[in-house]
Design a protein around this ligand. Sequence first.
Ligand code: OMP
Length: 290
Amino acid sequence: MTTAPGALVPFGARLAAAMDDHGPLCVGIDPHASLLAAWGLDDSVAGLREFSLRVVEALGGRVAALKPQAAFFERHGAAGLAVLEEVLAAARAAATLTVVDAKRGDIGSTMAGYADAFLADGSPLAGDAVTVSPYLGFGSLGPALERATATGRGVFVLCLTSNPEGREVQHAVGPDGVSVAASVAAQAAALNAGAAPMGSVGLVVGATVGDAARATGTDLTAVNGPLLAPGVGAQGAGEAELSAVFGAARGQVLASSSRGVLGAGPGADDLRRAAAAAAAEVRAALRPGA
Ligand SMILES: O=C(O)c1cc(=O)[nH]c(=O)n1[C@@H]1O[C@H](COP(=O)(O)O)[C@@H](O)[C@H]1O
């Protein structure tokens, strides 16, 4: 891809390049208290900082993206948010894309506040993309979508989540006969139309959802945006599950694992080995022959 000097490269293009370079694996930074204990760290801000920065240090420049889960930082208040800021800056310095997993969603005027926090240039909490929730109506995400476009960032909209409870909302069918998930995917597809190599409006589709896309009439092949697939590793999904869920859409998938990789720590080499094994497994499912 050639780009004019100084031109904004959209998130979708940056992620596609990172997936080509490093394989389609994202590692989630989920500093559970139990993981901190297993690493010999306290469940404190100092432990949180040590854990998260060690993950960035070990895996920065080696995976397509890192995905810090905001809740584990927010639970420590301002000091925890300061650590999240540091983690995002460290990943940026390591030239590694970040997805802030915040799952935000609110009425449009408040969504603008979240867009300022997670998608604005100069915000210390802005990574390269953020996870958002469409359950106040897809249109309520407008301010985030506009801000992402303006700043070359991306969003991942929850579509078919990896937890079994998600079905009661996502599989529901509206008066027009279209499921909620299919409607979310179609609206993302419309926003990504014509983007190459792919657009910046991604979906979250869990690697554990089996045939949910077919069952809900959700056309993942038409999305033309990244499909973030959590559920690899600790939630039980692997090569077979990824192949079954994504089929012909597999080329757009960024598979994500948190505990499955983090549990191998604290040693940097152990983390790298676990990430490499996870990357090989997801590559076999998503890019066979690559
Ligand atoms: O948006 C997410 O990242 C997400 C969506 C989803 O459907 N399921 C899901 O597990 N996640 C997140 O992905 C991570 C999964 O962690 P592990 O189960 O440890 O790999 C957690 O941070 C979840 O919040």
